[in-house]
Design a protein around this ligand. Structure first.
Ligand code: NAD
Length: 457
């Protein structure tokens, strides 16, 4: 029986390994992590992350061919194939601080693999890493492992999106596998491909060289984020020219060369990956003397920051140039719907911006915990200007304005007549996700601002 070890039980490692276990009943999958709290949550009724469909998959496989453990060494020792899905955040200090990927976790995982391996293994990069990381990993492994043990490193970047992770894993657009040239590399690629063959159609599995696979993941996120910044840049222009962003997006999307996806203007992109991966790309370009290319990608992040501050400025300027002492309901805190993840969520910057103008915030998100919001806003629970409540009606009661910061479906179907009646007047809505019907709200009496449209009243 083939044994797989997944190092890192986070947003990628947990769902990815669970789907492999689901689709390959003949393979034993052990997911390991150094975080005891994460592993005990994976072994409990309340999983550490929220993803639609994840609980069902885990319940179906846990205790059969899927286990979660903190015994990293044992499962490395036993595995034939090791998937590494550890975090690769932006470096916070030293060389490349603020841009380069911090590979500390990767290096420590690689050293553990080297120490514990007594038989040949395939190491699969699932984490997003700088191009040519495999070369560094090879060095660490070959210099530290027992004599005679051989490793093949493969790059198999993960393209899942949070909120649709299970669907993306079960039905991927494509699976990318990059390996070393030569017979041993080729054999390793075929072994990994053999796992995906259980459920992914042949034509969706793409094999490349190692460096193309590594760089493809960075390019993928950079292109997606660039598209968001492009439409958001257009939204700013719409607001000052009388053009409507939804009409513009529609017109663009009908051009088959452009296509319809990722054309929704918003308060900005968030999530743990886009910014970090673009910064990583910028660092790689700069390190290789490609300054103009680096500047090009930097601008994607600058436009995103600008979009968030433009939103805050619009809230404050619309509300007679001050939100001091005014109650603002913040609906949604996660960086997107159907996830509890708040990493780099635009809500953090928007809330901080409004607090900077002395607003009183009442925050509601259906999936994000109170503790998480407190942590993200770096406050202790006694701070007076922020309350975190458990439903949207409570959040909006007596509020002067509402900011929609996550596109949760439930915000589309609130009883806005009731909401309006319980708010201070004039009642403002700032729709940072363009999910609400402006005409309907305006008829009720709201003053509505949505991204990329002139102010309606
Ligand atoms: P995460 O922080 O949720 O999970 C990483 C886990 O690795 C943590 O639980 C941590 O405790 C564990 N870990 C760190 N070092 C370890 C070690 N030496 N041994 C065992 N466990 C260790 O991160 P994530 O969101 O799952 O992302 C992981 C990687 O995947 C990153 O490189 C990210 O860029 C990439 N990625 C993320 C997404 C996404 O949507 N989150 C999508 C595609 C790719």
């Amino acid at each position: 029986m083939v044994k797989i070890c997944g190092i890192g039980a986070g947003y990628v490692g947990g769902p990815t390994m669970a789907v492999i276990a689901l689709k390959c009943p003949s393979i034993e999958v052990a997911v390991v992590d150094i975080s005891h709290s994460r592993i005990s949550a994976w072994n409990s009724e309340k999983l550490p992350i929220y993803e639609p469909g994840l609980e069902e998959v885990v319940k179906q496989c846990r205790g059969k061919n899927l286990l979660f453990s903190t015994d990293v060494e044992k499962h490395i020792f036993e595995a034939d194939i090791i998937f590494v899905s550890v975090n690769t955040p932006t470096k916070s200090s030293g060389l490349g601080a603020g841009k380069a990927a911090d590979l500390t976790y990767w290096e420590s995982a690689a050293r553990m693999v080297a120490d514990m391996s007594k038989s040949d293994k395939i190491i699969v990069e699932k984490s997003t890493v700088p191009v040519r990381t495999a070369e560094a990993i090879e060095k660490i492994l070959t210099h530290n492992s027992s004599k005679g043990v051989k490793f093949q490193i493969l790059s198999n970047p993960e393209f899942l999106s949070e909120g649709t992770a299970i669907q993306d894993l079960i039905n991927p657009d494509r699976v990318l596998i990059g390996g070393r040239e030569g017979p041993e590399g080729h054999e390793a690629v075929l072994k990994l491909k053999g796992i995906y063959d259980h459920w992914v159609p042949e034509d969706k599995i793409i094999t490349t060289n190692l460096w193309s696979a590594e760089l493809s993941k960075l390019a993928d996120n950079a292109f997606l984020a660039q598209r968001i910044s492009s439409i958001n840049a257009m939204s700013a222009l719409c607001e000052v020219t009388g053009a409507e962003i939804s009409q513009l997006s529609d017109a663009l999307s009908k051009n088959t060369k452009i296509g319809p996806k990722f054309l929704n203007a918003s308060v900005g992109f968030g999530g743990s990956c886009f910014q970090k991966d673009i910064l990583n790309l910028v660092y790689i370009c700069e390190s290789n003397g490609l300054i103009e290319v680096a500047n090009y990608w930097k601008q994607v992040i600058k436009v995103n920051d600008y979009q968030k501050s433009r939103f805050v400025n619009r809230v404050v300027s619309s509300m007679f140039n001050t939100v001091s002492g005014k109650k603002i309901a913040v609906l949604g805190f996660a960086f997107k719907k159907d996830t509890s993840d708040t990493r780099k969520t635009p809500a953090i910057d928007v809330c901080k911006g409004l607090l900077g103008d002395n607003a009183c915030l009442s925050i509601y998100d259906p999936r994000v915990s109170k503790d998480q919001i407190h942590k993200d806003l770096s406050m202790d629970s006694e701070v007076k200007h922020v309350s975190i409540v458990s439903d949207a009606y409570e959040a909006t009661k007596d509020a002067h304005g509402i900011c929609i910061l996550t596109e949760w479906d439930e915000f589309k179907t609130l009883d806005y007549q009731r909401v309006f009646e319980n708010m201070q007047k004039p009642a403002f809505v700032f729709d940072g996700r363009n999910i609400l019907n402006v005409d309907k709200l305006t008829k009720i009496g709201f003053i509505v601002y949505s991204i990329g449209r002139p102010l309606h009243q």
